[in-house]
Design a protein around this ligand. Sequence first.
Ligand SMILES: Cc1cc2nc3c(=O)[nH]c(=O)nc-3n(C[C@H](O)[C@H](O)[C@H](O)COP(=O)(O)OP(=O)(O)OC[C@H]3O[C@@H](n4cnc5c(N)ncnc54)[C@H](O)[C@@H]3O)c2cc1C
Length: 382
Amino acid sequence: MTPRRVVVVGGGIIGLTVGWRLAAAGAEVTVCDPAPGRGSSWAAAGMLAPIGEASAAEAPLTRLGLESVRRWPTFADELSADADCTPDDLGFRREGTLQVAFDDDDRRALDELAAVHRLLGLESEVCSARRCRQIEPLLAPSIRGGLLVVGDWQVDPRRVVGALVRALSRRGGRLVTSAVRRLRTTGEPGAHSVEGIELEDGTELEAATVVLASGARAALLDGLPKEAVPPIRPVKGEILRLAAAPFGLRPSLTVRASVRGQFVYVVPRADGEVVVGATMQEAGFDTGVRAGAVLDLLRAAIDLLPALSELSVAECLAASRPGTPDNAPVLGPTPVDGLLLATGHHRNGVLLAPVTGDALVGALFGSGLPREAASFTLGRFT
Ligand SMILES: Cc1cc2nc3c(=O)[nH]c(=O)nc-3n(C[C@H](O)[C@H](O)[C@H](O)COP(=O)(O)OP(=O)(O)OC[C@H]3O[C@@H](n4cnc5c(N)ncnc54)[C@H](O)[C@@H]3O)c2cc1C
């Protein structure tokens, strides 16, 4: 049987995951991206944190995140096998996450989060200030307590993206380093079918299926029939990287906090790098890093973990998250025959990569989107 020909538009963590999974399932896959892995995925901290970010108001998204984090260990095993590395090489770490409060308001917010955890049957441990400092001795003495979430983990998205490129190739997939200029379709308005895509240099690629995975730019592709345009907008995020910390200055697990109203997280990598993030701003496609954002993030991080003041700033970066009206991804079929969506992952694209890859395999090779992904189609907006 001739393998199904698939073009994936966008090679961030989502497009590469989908490309790799579809290639492994037997499709003939081409992923197109002028700068693979250099979008939002390059900026991401890599927290896999559905519990710390659980919300009763966004219960379906929380459930999708929990399902995806459950799949991460197998995903990391399979990816590292195809990419000739180990899960450790992906920066996959399971030390858990400590959420810390600085004042009574922060403390109340954590108590509310703990109540959501109880409501949803999720595991977390309310900790005294003393217990927090036993877990992470670098914490400032002034903290007021916290919540330990052992089920929130991390990976290094840059390493994951590198591994996905190797794994895609191992499974026979092709990576074309060019932007897609246009989607090619045939048929009447309202009854379009995919024919393929056109690259920036005018080269046309035929495909029975096109997967739109171009992150924050997914709504902007020329030729996209209006009934298939996903409601995606860019949500700017600024983030910092501090150069590898010597052992005594290195937090042992991810610490998140609201420091007098400023949200901050500190994610220590196994190699000593420390990631400090992140802002959220509606600013179009602007990716300039504001001095005030750097100041606010560093002040909050250093108030939380004073030893960080000794580290050098290695990188300040901003990127556009692919946001949607309900903060959840848009997955699977569209009214255009052969066009599938894998975008809108907003703050959770790294977390949601495993469940997204499986959903697209189900959409293409199974009997449709699997149950856990079925309520995340474009149809929910129309
Ligand atoms: C500061 C920050 C921190 C974050 N932290 C986390 C975190 O801790 N955990 C988590 O789960 N998520 C986090 N995220 C969110 C996460 O980064 C995104 O949800 C995820 O990267 C989305 O992946 P993507 O592949 O859809 O998009 P992207 O990584 O942006 O990839 C889209 C790709 O499409 C390409 N593209 C665009 N247009 C075209 C075209 N016409 N043709 C071909 N290619 C095209 C781009 O070049 C790009 O490479 C964070 C995001 C930011 C900004």
